[in-house]
Write a protein that binds this ligand. Sequence first.
Ligand SMILES: NC(=O)c1ccc[n+]([C@@H]2O[C@H](COP(=O)([O-])OP(=O)(O)OC[C@H]3O[C@@H](n4cnc5c(N)ncnc54)[C@H](OP(=O)(O)O)[C@@H]3O)[C@@H](O)[C@H]2O)c1
Length: 179
Amino acid sequence: MSKVARIARKFVLQSHPQGKPKLSDFKLVEEKLPAALQEGEILTKAQWLTVDPYMRGALLALKQGETMMGSQVATVTESRNPEYPEGTKVVGSFGWRDLTVHKPSEKFNPLDIYKLPDMKGLPESYALGSVGMPGNTAYFGVTRILEPKAGDVLVVSAAAGAVGSLVGQIGKLKGSRNN
Ligand SMILES: NC(=O)c1ccc[n+]([C@@H]2O[C@H](COP(=O)([O-])OP(=O)(O)OC[C@H]3O[C@@H](n4cnc5c(N)ncnc54)[C@H](OP(=O)(O)O)[C@@H]3O)[C@@H](O)[C@H]2O)c1
C-alpha cells in the first residue's frame, strides 16, 4: 500500500449565506489524510459532486469550518475493503471534497455509499441527477405514490427543476396529459 502523504481539498462553511450564496460563504481548505488505510476503509477520488436545493436549508445545521455535505460519483483508488476493490465506481455521501477516506457501513445504506450501477452508456454524472436522487424522487413519486392513470391531467407546481422536469416526462410516458 502507498504511504505517500495525501492531502484532500474540501469546501467548508465559512458563514451561513444571507440572500444568494456567495463564494465567500465557503472556504477551500486542505486536510491531511492518514498515510495508510485501516481494515475496511477505502480511499476515493471524486469525479462529480452535487449542488442540491436541499443544501440551502441543510447547511444551517453546519458550523463554521464543517465540510459541505453532498453526494459524489467517485472512484476507489485504494482499498482495504473486499466489497469495494480498487477501480470500483461508487456514489457516496462524502461532501464537497476531492479525496475521501471512508469506511462503508456493513449494512447496505444508499445514503452512505453504493456501487455505481451499469449506466448502459449514460454519462456517470447522471447517477447524481436523473438516475440518482432527484430521478428516484420523481420516478417513485409518480409511479408508487401518485399512480396517474392514462388520460389524467398531471399538474407539477414547479416543472422546470431537476425533479419537476422528470415528473413531467415520466407522467407523459404513463399517458398523463398536461392540459
Ligand atoms: N423528498 C425528497 O426525497 C426530495 C428529493 C429531491 C428534491 N426534493 C425537493 O423537491 C424540490 C425540488 O427539487 P429540485 O431538485 O427539482 O429543485 P430545482 O432544480 O431547484 O427546481 C426547483 C424549481 O422550482 C422553481 N421555483 C422556485 N421557486 C418558485 C416559485 N416561487 N414559483 C414557481 N416556481 C418556483 C424553480 O424555478 P427557477 O429555476 O426559475 O428558480 C425551479 O424550476 C426541492 O424543494 C427539493 O428540496 C425532495
